[in-house]
Design a protein around this ligand. Structure first.
Ligand code: COI
Length: 356
């Protein structure tokens, strides 16, 4: 049960960041948010859009103790014709349900979720930024709200959607980033929650992320938790390597997030006739390709990061500079194509864009 979305308009509209302001990532929030509650026996109820603001919960709410929380990330774009469009929101709704299932949380009607997002974006349409390369980042999340300290699935949940006008995810913008290959800590293990978008997956990366910063690296590259050998993902991005003309990306092993941008990039590469394969890639394969000069390009993909060139990898004290730290030809083509489709400059032949 979901019902009709009730709308309570915000009488106190905030000042929006101006064109001259650097938006950064997730610093500003729009005037409204979507909320809906779940109770065992009654299902999802009272879908509503209300003024953006604090939400209060019992200190014993289960999310605070056992981390029963999942989230999504997607973007709305303002096209050159001044239309507002979403990139593959149906895929986010599907993945949200998969994440909920993994944490024993209730399912939602996927069409309703997309409709809630569209309704919220339409109401805060003025917040979809006009600045080149900017967009409105949409963050749906579900949290366990029942008060109780026994370890079990909550009987109550809140589904919330908030939105933030954003620029580039990395301070470097489109400039290649340095990445530290993590050989001590692990992000996820097969059978764990690595392929679900749970809040805890991200908390588990922060310690290594801080170490990466000390090495002047913007991100951590995670290896598999058991053999510490096979490349998984970079935490906020899936990763791709171009080796000797072929593009390779780690296969979805169960501990890697099934990125929507990842899927779109693989689709584009196939359309272009560029060899692409999803397979196990060990860090030794990368070192070997670096040493014999066949590691041509490396990049990360994600909703927040879009397509982000990797300038170097630091592994066990060995620094591997990729494409002399420059933006590669393929990564530039992929970035231009994905953003071209998103901003309506390139024909959307796969019907990825959904209008608001
Ligand atoms: C995204 O790319 O949307 C993500 O969720 C990654 C990160 C910002 C947590």
């Amino acid at each position: 049960m979901h019902g009709k979305i009730r709308i309570e308009r915000n009488p106190n509209r905030k000042t929006k960041p101006g064109l001259e302001e650097a938006l950064g990532f997730g610093r500003y929030f729009t005037d409204h948010m979507f909320m809906m509650d779940y109770e065992e026996g009654s299902g999802w109820q009272d879908p509503r859009i209300v003024p953006y603001g604090p939400i209060s919960h019992d200190p014993a709410a289960m999310v605070f103790h056992y981390g029963q929380a999942v989230f999504e990330g997607l973007k709305a774009f303002r096209t050159e014709k001044d239309e507002i469009v979403l990139f593959r929101p149906d895929q986010n709704a599907k993945r949200l349900n998969r994440s909920c299932d993994r944490l024993q949380m209730p399912q939602m009607d996927e069409e309703f979720v997309v409709d809630a997002i569209r309704t919220l974006v339409r109401l805060d349409a003025d917040w979809v930024p006009r600045k080149k390369g900017s967009s409105l980042y949409i963050r749906p999340f579900v949290i366990a709200t029942e008060a109780g300290l026994g370890v079990r699935a909550s009987s109550r949940y809140s589904f919330v959607i908030i939105m933030s006008p954003v620029g580039a995810y990395y301070e470097e913008g489109l400039q290649p980033i340095n990445i530290l290959v993590e050989s001590h800590y692990a992000r996820a293990v097969r059978g764990g929650t690595g392929n679900a978008k749970t809040a805890g997956n991200y908390a588990a990366t922060l310690k290594a992320q801080a170490l990466a910063k000390e090495h002047n690296c913007a991100q951590v590259l995670w290896l598999d938790a058991i053999e510490k050998m096979y490349i998984e993902e970079a935490g906020s991005m899936n990763v791709f390597f171009k080796i000797n003309g072929e593009v390779v990306t780690p296969s979805l092993s169960g501990s890697i997030l099934e990125g929507i941008t990842r899927n779109s990039i693989i689709h584009l590469l196939k359309e272009w006739g560029i060899p692409v394969s999803e397979r196990k890639i060990s860090i030794h394969d990368i070192v070997e390709a670096f040493e014999n000069g066949t590691l041509e390009e490396a990049f990360g993909t994600g909703t927040a990061a879009v397509v982000s060139p990797i300038g170097s990898l630091l592994w066990n004290g060995t620094l591997m500079s990729i494409n002399q730290g420059n933006i590669g030809e393929l990564v530039a083509r992929l970035y231009d194509t994905i953003t071209g489709i998103q901003y309506g400059r390139i024909e959307d032949s796969n019907s990825w864009m959904i209008s608001c």
